[in-house]
Design a protein around this ligand. Structure first.
Ligand code: SAM
Length: 264
């Protein structure tokens, strides 16, 4: 792996994402996605960039065994983990594939979820064309993406915080996707669109919070990027932990939920 690449969805990332997605904040995010999609029994749902399979499992419960959930991911590691998580539910199927070339029939899906995926896809307009193609007329999609420059913790060293977050900006192709996604969705032909903000905000510290696991992910990613050393990354994380232990924890990041529809 070259140091210029973004996050790698490998074995180490599986463990990190499983911790992150078991937090109550991530469960609330999934509930908002499922509430937005309003899946019905018997529907065909698509989960693009399924990752460790948490979203797929909840979609499967909503469409029931008379429905189907098609899961696509371009990481074989993630597909294997999701397969295990979703074992015993034969109406969930998994395929290795890219968001820009979905291995799914045109006009075949009633609904799709794309949670924290498009920011990693270099050609987002092409991915949106594919999403539009595979949805049936009247089909809907819920997309979640983070406005990364607004991620914030309380810290005793603002300059170090700025260096760490600057290095973290290399983790994906589009760190400000929520600011430009709506016009892209409209250009791809979607209608009936809405955009809302899901703040991941917390002032109470405990090791199982979203902001704590997010800090761990960043601490692992930044060394060797834009001059950040292992020591500096470790000191940054220690500072956040001490902030939490002193009762001075603050974390916030804004995630945006887009709900769009293909014209009937
Ligand atoms: C941050 S994880 C999100 C997982 C899942 N959507 C969730 O919210 O639980 C991003 C996932 O998107 C996948 N991914 C990234 N780029 C992709 C692409 N071009 N096509 C398909 N999957 C992709 C990664 O392998 C990873 O599993």
């Amino acid at each position: 792996m070259s140091i210029s690449e973004g996050l790698q969805f490998d074995d180490a990332m599986v463990r990190t994402l499983e911790s992150l997605y078991q937090t109550k904040e991530a469960a609330i995010r999934r509930k908002m996605v499922l509430d937005a999609l309003q899946l019905r029994l018997g529907e065909c749902a698509l989960d693009i960039g399924t990752g460790p399979g948490f979203v797929a499992l909840e979609m499967a419960a909503a469409v029931g065994s008379t429905g189907q959930v098609e899961c696509i991911d371009d990481s074989e590691t993630m597909i294997n983990v999701a397969l295990k998580r979703c074992a015993g539910k034969p109406w969930i199927c998994f395929q290795l594939g890219d968001a820009t070339e979905l291995p799914v029939a045109s006009n075949s899906c009633d609904a799709a979820a794309v949670v924290q995926v498009y920011e990693f896809v270099p050609n987002v307009p092409r991915a949106l064309e594919e999403l539009h193609l595979v949805l049936r007329p009247g089909g809907r999609a819920a997309i979640v993406s983070t406005d990364w420059p607004f991620i914030a913790w309380n810290s005793s060293d603002d300059a170090r915080m700025a260096r760490i977050l600057d290095a973290f900006s290399e983790h994906c192709a589009h760190i400000t996707l929520p600011r430009i996604l709506m016009p892209m969705l409209k250009a791809a032909g979607f209608v009936s669109s809405s955009q809302s903000v899901l703040p991941q905000f917390s002032v109470s510290y405990s090791p199982d919070r979203f902001g704590v696991h997010m800090a761990g992910l960043i601490r692992a990613f930044v060394p060797g990027r834009r001059g950040v050393t292992q020591e500096e990354a470790a000191a940054w994380l220690d500072d956040l932990t001490h902030t939490g232990e002193r009762g001075e924890w603050f974390f916030n990041v804004n995630q945006h939920l887009f709900l769009v529809e293909k014209a009937a």
